[in-house]
Design a protein around this ligand. Sequence first.
Ligand SMILES: [Zn+2]
Length: 162
Amino acid sequence: MTQPPMPRADSSAGPTLESLRCPCGGGEVYGACCGRLHGRFAADGTLAAPTAEALMRSRYSAFALASSGVLSRAEEYLLATWAPETRPAQLALDGPADESGDDVHWLRLDVESTSGGGPFDDAGTVTFTAHFRTPAGRRAQHETSRFVRRSGVWLYRDGEVG
Ligand SMILES: [Zn+2]
């Protein structure tokens, strides 16, 4: 069974990326959800996530859209939203580091709980499960990610897998 073709962001026919359900699973269309954050960054470099959870979702969506080839500046966004002290020099956008296969499709994000991470916090955590598919089958990664807010900007710091 073949994959349906992914819509292109610049397509003039059919649904646009902005009108599709957001990959993060938040229930909005992409253009009203993570697409707004990606768009602000693409326009002028602004990092606009209001909460740690919003940043988490936008980073997942960037991974998902990058692996589908429809978000061109995903790697820049992922690096820009990473705290400098833990930021890698470059990213592998194909999937989790422990997956050697390069054919990973992100399927779904389930945000399970959050602590802190709000507009008046300087730190927060988001616990989630990210579901993905490899040639070997479906997998899931459960993680608690830690976020920090500096000068009003939420950044991903690190995470504990398990
Ligand atoms: Zn979203």
